[in-house]
Design a protein. Structure first.
Length: 105
């Protein structure tokens, strides 16, 4: 299934932390990303590779550095496919309730 690599990537807390760091500031080098982690450089590289394979991180070379950027599109697609459809009924029920309460007031 197309969503499986994204779910696998998001299942790990270290990978989620890396995504959070890229969300805070995009375009970070491996050195910047590994600075706060108690993990080897090689370990961080392995996590970044999983994120890249899932399409959650894209890279670009800038001179000798490889910069990492967050790609939020796969997460949005999961939201639309797996979360949004399950909340629609509740949201419309709340909107109906609000409308009814305002009409009676």
């Amino acid at each position: 299934m197309a969503d499986d690599p994204v779910f696998k990537a998001l299942a790990d807390s270290t990978r989620r932390l890396l995504l959070d760091r890229l969300y805070e500031r995009d375009g970070r080098s491996l050195t910047e990303l590994e600075s706060d982690l108690e993990m080897t450089r090689f370990g961080v590289m392995k996590h970044l590779r999983v994120l890249e394979d899932a399409g959650l991180v894209v890279t670009r070379r800038s001179g000798r550095e490889k910069l990492h950027y967050l790609n939020p599109v796969p997460i949005r697609l999961i939201h639309d496919r797996w979360i949004d459809k399950y909340t629609e009924h509740r949201v419309s029920a709340l909107a109906d309730l609000k409308r009814e309460l305002e009409e009676t007031a």
